[in-house]
Design a protein. Structure first.
Lengths: 230, 210
């Protein structure tokens, strides 16, 4: 037996994104953000894309290109503090932003990837973040129902992969990537090093390839991946 | 104030230092001090901050600063990172504040119409860390009290703050409101009271200074 080969070109992989698709983007700041896939998505030009991403990167970096392109109407996120562009788009009403508590966003995605309907939590009770949310009594406590999140497409970044799509991340580039890898109908991973089957030791794999649909190898990394000079 | 706040960290603790002033607390810990620093983006065992020319592009803290690992550091995903926070493994968090109320309510994430970048991990840290201490200037730039009877800004979490370190004083939040614990050198009790926007209980004994 041999595991299937999911290696694909970036353009062919990104062509799976359709108008109106919900797109998850891995990354927390620079680490783990799929910068090359984001550029490919902007070139592809699919419109009305709700985006789910922890943050909005920084001006002229990563998801900011998507926001500025007008292809995104809605952003589900936790924090935009490093991207003044994104805050301007939000304040002028050009994009709708839904803020989640960071760990709750992670759990909603994890639930989506685990085939669950949602999670219960008391995070944000008594604050405006809980306003309008459904609550239930469970275990003697008032709990907010946080619905699971799934996407049509997830765009991920990993350091290493094999041709079946097994992924390994490095350092703080892990963040939302392994959660989103399980929570989308079509999962596309850009990787810095693509190895043949067996190139990744089975116990060094963070995301099992069974969750991944397309894996595409990056060439030389662009400047966006490098250390940000502030 | 930052040096005084560093003494709040006890050996063996798991600690999360919020963005801004709290991040600087680490500079006041001895190099061999036994503590596990956590950052929301998926690291326990944060090592020293690095300049850009020595930085690892994949290794940042939640504020985007380039940090390093130390022997025993561990990386994990965002769900695991907040599982740690919500399940009570975080002994202490140090956060900034726009306002703290006498009942321990904290507002530090939104000024409607002016500043609304999103809450990030702040709600979970404030609501679930075993102990929440705040580092802040005693008053805002216009001289208004940040310690108040009631927060006027949107809350981060209710009744969460245990202690406040400011440039003027160390103040505890008790069941009956603010208690003065220490005053900064050269700052009088009257000055602290004047700058505090809610009743302040002052001990009968001599007040330590820092």
């Amino acid at each position: 037996m041999k595991l299937p080969n999911k290696q694909n070109s970036m353009e062919e992989a990104i062509a799976h994104v359709k108008d109106g698709d919900t797109v998850m983007l891995g990354g927390f700041g620079v680490p783990g953000t799929p910068f090359a896939l984001i550029h490919a998505l902007v070139r592809h030009g699919a419109r009305d894309l709700p985006i789910i991403k922890n943050d909005a990167n920084e001006p002229d970096m990563g998801v900011d290109h998507l926001l500025q392109s007008g292809l995104v109407g809605r952003l589900i996120t936790t924090h935009l503090g490093l991207n003044g562009h994104a805050i301007e788009l939000m304040n002028s009403g050009k994009i709708k932003v839904e803020f989640n508590a960071q760990g709750i966003l992670a759990e909603r995605i994890r639930a989506g990837g685990a085939g669950l309907g949602g999670v219960l939590s008391d995070i944000g009770i008594g604050t405006e973040l809980a306003e309008g949310k459904q609550v239930i009594e469970c275990g003697g406590k008032t709990q907010i129902i946080e619905p699971a999140l799934r996407a049509d497409v997830a765009l991920l970044h990993a350091a290493r992969a094999d041709s079946f799509g097994n992924l390994a991340y490095v350092a703080t580039a892990q963040n939302f990537n392994p959660l989103m890898a399980m929570a989308a109908d079509c999962v596309i991973a850009e990787v810095e090093t693509l190895l043949p089957l067996g190139g990744l030791a089975a116990d060094h794999i963070h995301t099992a390839g069974v969750f991944v649909d397309h894996v595409t190898e990056l060439g030389a990394l662009s400047e966006e991946y490098t250390v940000v000079q502030r | 104030m930052v040096a005084r706040a560093a003494r709040e960290i006890q050996p063996g603790m798991v600690v999360n230092l919020g963005i801004g002033l709290p991040t600087r607390v680490v500079n006041h810990l001895p190099a061999d001090f036994p503590v596990c620093l956590h950052t929301e983006n998926g690291l326990t065992g944060i090592g020293p901050t690095l300049p850009a020319d020595q930085a690892d592009r994949n290794l940042i803290d939640a504020g985007g600063a380039y940090v390093s690992t130390i022997p025993g550091s561990a990386f994990f995903d965002s769900a695991t990172s907040f599982a740690l926070v919500r399940s009570g493994r975080l002994d202490l968090t140090m956060l900034g504040a726009f306002e703290v109320a006498a009942n321990g309510d904290l507002a530090n994430w939104k000024i409607p119409g002016k500043f609304s970048p999103g809450v990030g991990g702040g709600i979970e840290l404030a609501q679930k860390a075993r102990r929440v201490v705040v580092l802040t200037t005693h008053t805002d730039r216009a001289g208004n009290a940040k310690l108040k009877d009631k927060c006027s800004l949107p809350l981060t979490a209710r009744g969460c703050v245990g202690r406040i370190f400011t440039d003027m004083a160390v103040i505890d939040v008790g069941p009956d409101g603010f208690h003065l614990i220490e005053a900064a050198q050269g700052v009088s009790v009257a000055e602290v009271k004047e700058a505090t926007g809610a009743p302040l209980t002052v001990p009968n004994t001599t007040l330590p200074s820092f």
